[in-house]
Structures are given as structure tokens and as C-alpha cells.
Design a protein around this ligand. Sequence first.
Ligand code: FAD
Ligand code: SF4
Length: 475
Amino acid sequence: MPNMTAKKTPIAEQPGLIRVENFEEVTLGYTKEEAVMEADRCLNCKTAPCVQGCPVQVPIPEFIGAVKEGALEEAYQQILKENSFPAICGRVCPQEKQCESKCVRGIKGESVAIGRLERFVADDYRKNHQESEVRNEVNAVSTGKKVAVVGSGPAGLACASELAGRGYQVTIFEALHKLGGVLVYGIPEFRLPKAIVANEIENMQAMGVTIEKNVIVGKSITVEELIEDGYVAIFIGSGAGLPRFLNIPGENANGVYSSNEFLTRVNLMKAYQYPEVPTPVVIGKKVAVVGAGNVAMDCARTAKRLGAEEVSIIYRRSEDEIPARLEEVHHAQEEGILFKLLSNPTCIIEEEGRVKGIECEKMALGEPDASGRRRPVKIEGANFREDMDTVIIAVGQTPNPLLKETTKQLKVAGWGGIIVDEETMETSIENVYAGGDAVTGVATVILAMGAGKKAALAIDAKLGSVGLSAEIRYV
Ligand code: FAD
Ligand code: SF4
């Protein structure tokens, strides 16, 4: 008889007022007993709608069934069939909009905590296996064919591991000195510990993937040169790292950061470990974060942990339209982040070149716009000003134009996304594929991974039996 409680088994968390003093992980994960109790809430529905809600179709009933039996190795192997990085997805997937949104238990109560269970299974595996044990041993016969992957974010990593598993010689070219893309330089330590990402990457490297760090494709080497070097296919997973700005007066003042720059300084240059490392970010007492997506929540919660006394999210719509994951918003509220909603910045006030404050207009919600959300409309005469020491702009990112500018014939949409065939992920250049944020704009980790895997399967289907060719053809 399944456990019929309407609510998910709670997960242990660091209390809000304690965790703002540190960068350690906020949620602590299930114990084995809790995981089995939660797995027991699964009704094992015949139609398994949850699987359809997962972008990579993890065999959810099978892995949860194995957890119920305490067969955790079996559960892990079930997840691995479709998802190479479960410890990451279990932590950061927006499950409430994906697998868990389709769970039948969600109709009359709370859905099964699929993400928490996925995380538990992956963490349990990591705890019980020595680093020297290679999980992803490659048994495939070598194809003798070289594939280049541009970028080491989730799209590139998923593509690389899938192809390595199929016997390709894969080289990842990464612009930075660290692998993982947004997983390491964007998402903060307290949501996704770097050690978890490093572990997943080590597993992938154990499959024989070659890594070339500090190589900017389009600058250090071009796509055409890679093809001439004998790479039979190229996958572009270069992400969307170009920040959008508000284009209001004062945005060039000292103390104004893009979300990208701020999070990269904290994560990659380890400002969160100051004074042990000599690279602090000066944050001041009052911080405004403009925007209300996951990125904005990460910036606000990071600023609080760096010592800011008052951190405000400034967002031009209302609470109902906040695009960030519900869990992130709750966590931010528990940590004392203020939400200044229906407020639209018009000017950053500066004094001697430094941020002094922010001016906003008050908004009301009007008729729905093209996105279906009610359009914010300015309320005349209701502007307000507030003193600020730092302003962080987190209103979105687009793909970097470098690859387009340096790759002849690579077709790109007006807003910057690389155009691909949706079935195969092939671009306008034959045997050059793309996926992840470089194609969709900022989306999710699991969608990027799904795109990388889809491209890998298409590459294998097309090139698995074809000989080497350095010829460039356009489609
Ligand atoms: P990226 O992760 O951006 O990786 C691209 C990689 O390519 C980078 O390492 C970059 O250095 C490299 N690169 C770029 N250009 C070149 C070049 N010319 N040559 C060589 N290398 C290059 N998604 C979720 O699902 N859940 C979340 O909670 C979540 N939180 C987020 C928080 C933040 C702060 C941000 C910024 C994003 C968040 N996302 C979240 C979105 C998610 O991280 C992205 O959708 C995902 O990382 C996209 O993967 P990608 O591989 O396409 O690109
Ligand atoms: Fe859910 Fe993400 Fe796991 Fe799919 S990969 S089952 S969406 S947590």
C-alpha cells in the first residue's frame, strides 16, 4: 500500500538566518529512510505522465521503484540511461514545471519529489564509490573519427559524453580555464556545489574526452580550421553569455555589474572565499538587483552572503509573473531579500562616477501582452529614489556574436540564436551542429543537455559509417 500522505517528505535545509552567513549548500538532501518514504508515495501509474514532463525522458517509475526496494545502484543505472548528470539535474531542474508538474499525486496534493529522489540516488552513488572507480567505462569500438565540441557547459558535456560512449575521439574546446559553463561560473556554490560538477566532469574525462582549455573558438581557432584539422563534425554549445542592459543613464558607473560579471567574479575568481583568496567583490551595504529570474535570485542571495545589509529585487511586474523557480523565491524571502515589485528603473544615480542610488517609476498591470502576461504600465508622478551602493543588472543574456562573425555561412536569427534543424540540431553548415542556450537563449540545464545528446545521436546516425572528410559544404 503506497504512502498516501498529501505532502512531499520534507527535506532538511540550513535555516535562513544561518545560511546567509555561509556559501554552503542550502538543501541538505534526503536520508535513505526519507528517500524510501518519498518513493513510496509514487502510485506507479501505468501511463507515467511524469516521464513525458522530463525533457530527456528519465525512466522515472523504474528508478523510483528501485528506490522503494532499497536497490539504489539499480536506481542509479536506470537514471543514467537517459541522464548523464543526475546529481546536477536533481538539484537545479525546474521540476515543478517539468516532471513533477505531470505527476498524478499533484492533482490532489503535492507531486512526488522526483528531483529530490534523483539527487539522493546520485549522491548516494558518489558517496559509495571511490574516485578511482570509473563509472563511464567506454566499451564502444573506436570509430577513429574526431569530433570537436565548442564549450563545456551542459550542452557540450552531454554531447561529448554521448559521442565518447559511441567510440568517437572527442575534444572539448573551452574558452575559460574551468569546465562546466554556467554550472560553475553562474549557479552559486550554495545551490550547486562545485565539487558535484567536478565529479560529473571527471567521470566524463574518464571516458577519454580530451580537453583544451583557454581556447576561444572564433579567435584562437576558427570552425573552418577545425574542419581542416580533420574534425568530421563540430558541436557548438557556446551558451548565451552576452548580458543585456537596461540602456538607462548611469549604467556605466562604478558599482554597476551585469549579473554575468558579478557571478563570475564571485564563483570563478572565488570572491566568496575572501579573505583566503585575494579577489574580493566590493558590495557595500545596500544592493539593488534588477530582474526576477533565477539569475536575479542567485545574484541577490550571493550579495547577501557577501555581507550586504539590505538587498532588493527590483521587478517591473507583480509576484504572479516572477519567472524564477518558486523554491528560489521562497529561499530568497527566507534569507531576507526584499521584493520591490511593480517598479521599473529609469536612472542609476551616480556621484563622482560611482553608484549613489537608483530611480524607479511605479507601475500597474495593464492588458496582457504578446507573452500572455499583463503589461506593466507606468503610474504618472509616482517615481521614487533610493540610495544604493551596488546595482546588479539581471535582465537576460543573448548568445555571444563571435562565432557568427567568424564563421562563414553560420545562419543566426535576428536576436542572435544559432538556427538549427530541430530534428538533428545541424546548423546551416553541414556537419556543424549546435544546441543549448546558443540556440534557444537562456533556458535550462536539462534542455541544454537534451540538445547536446540529440545532436550527438544525429552526428552518429549521419557519420557513423562515413569516412573522414575535411570538405566544408553548406546546407
Ligand atoms: P553554458 O552553460 O553557458 O556553457 C557554454 C560554455 O561555452 C561556457 O563554458 C563558455 O565559456 C564556453 N564558450 C562560449 N563561447 C566559446 C567559444 N567561442 N569558444 C570556446 N568556448 C566557448 N537552469 C536550470 O535548469 N536551473 C537553474 O536553476 C538555473 N539557474 C541559472 C542561474 C544562472 C546564474 C544562470 C546564468 C543560468 C541558470 N540556468 C539554470 C540556465 C542554465 O544554466 C543554462 O540554460 C545552461 O547552462 C545552458 O547550457 P549551455 O551548455 O548551452 O551553455
Ligand atoms: Fe525531473 Fe530533471 Fe530528472 Fe527529468 S532530469 S526527471 S526533469 S529532475
